[in-house]
Design a protein around this ligand. Structure first.
Ligand SMILES: [Mg+2]
Length: 345
């Protein structure tokens, strides 16, 4: 927590940061529209800093993401968008010779990156590809998955070719509901060949490494809405992170976050990037964040005082539970600690 961080206890999360890296869905926008306070807070964060974006979505190009963000009021160049296909190209370049032929399972967003990286694209296992790269596109079907399986039939330890997945998100939210994501399609190939893909996107580190190296970041801060991809990935990459409660994960998920998936900062919305982050103190089994105080008493978690701001209660509850080193299942949690007055898409 901030108490132990590099900055003074009353500094704002943005202080000392040179590159802000933001996830998109649940942080900047939900569906087609921007989230409340996101655009002005991010534009304000630019002051002397690089503002860039990281996305696991392999079906959109950096240019199409940049033009969407620009339309929302966040002027963005394609160069400012780091995609999982770009991270996959970084991995590919380290595994196979320049100019090799690559079997692509995916759509235009991925094909564009493979060609930009100087590789030749094939859709057939018969062309003796040097690697398979797999990313989500709505048109991926059995034929493409079967070609991948044919190309990957030899295990890697027996000289088989590398298999790189842009990301392994299990699901992909659509306006009509939740649909299978790239992880589900990668899993279909895995079931056929018994091999595991190397993953480029969050929560793995290549996508973060690509961002850090592209922007030469010294003290980056990553903004995400998911503990199991955004915060876990940033933490693995050694990057400080802020979880913003405007997307997928809710206060109850924050309290239950396992070690490794705990953000440096917990924010109700992005305005708090600019505000002093309160001191988080844990002493004698009581966590204190401004007026919010939460006590651990054996198996009981008790709210001693709620404080004035709901986000402080979440911060205090998380600090209290995390400080015990015990899993959430062992505690009796008052329902009030799960209160969720934050904006949900
Ligand atoms: Mg997100």
């Amino acid at each position: 927590m901030a108490l132990f961080g590099r900055r003074s206890v009353t500094a704002a999360p943005l202080d000392g940061v040179d590159v802000v890296l933001a996830d998109l869905d649940g942080v900047v926008y939900a569906g087609a529209g921007a989230l409340p306070h996101a655009v002005e807070s991010l534009n304000g964060a630019r002051d002397g800093r690089t503002l860039a974006y990281i996305t696991n979505n392999a079906s959109r190009t950096d240019a199409s993401v940049a033009s969407h963000l620009t339309e929302l009021g966040l002027p963005t160049r394609p160069h400012d968008v780091v995609t999982s296909p770009q991270a996959a190209m970084r991995l590919l370049a380290s595994r196979i010779p320049a100019g090799s032929t690559v079997l692509v399972v995916g759509g235009d967003g991925l094909v564009v990156e493979v060609e930009k990286a100087g590789f030749a694209v094939t859709r057939s296992a018969d062309d003796a590809p040097a690697a398979v790269v797999q990313g989500f596109a709505p048109e991926v079907g059995w034929t493409q998955l079967a070609e991948a399986a044919f190309a990957l039939k030899v295990p890697e330890e027996e000289g088989g070719i590398p298999w790189i997945a842009t990301n392994t998100d299990w699901t992909i939210p659509q306006s009509r509901g939740i649909a299978p994501g790239n992880g589900t399609l990668v899993s279909a190939v895995h079931t056929a060949v018994g091999r595991l893909a190397t993953v480029a996107g969050k929560p793995e580190v290549p996508i973060f490494q690509e961002a850090v190296s592209r922007f030469q970041a010294q003290h980056p801060l990553f903004l995400g809405d998911r503990l199991d991809t955004d915060i876990l990935g940033a933490s693995r990459a050694g990057i400080e992170s802020a979880l913003v409660l405007t997307g997928i994960d809710r206060p109850k998920h924050v309290l239950a976050a396992p070690e490794g998936s705990r953000p440096t900062y917990i924010l109700g919305d992005l305005r708090e990037l600019h505000e002093p982050y309160p001191e988080v103190r844990v002493a004698d089994c009581v966590a204190t964040v401004r007026g919010a105080r939460v006590q651990i008493d054996g198996p009981d978690v008790r709210i001693l005082s709620e404080g004035d701001r709901p986000v402080d209660l979440v911060r205090a509850g998380a600090a209290a539970i995390w400080s015990t080193g015990r899993a959430i299942y062992g505690f009796r949690i008052p329902e009030r600690l799960y209160a969720d007055p934050f904006h949900r898409p």
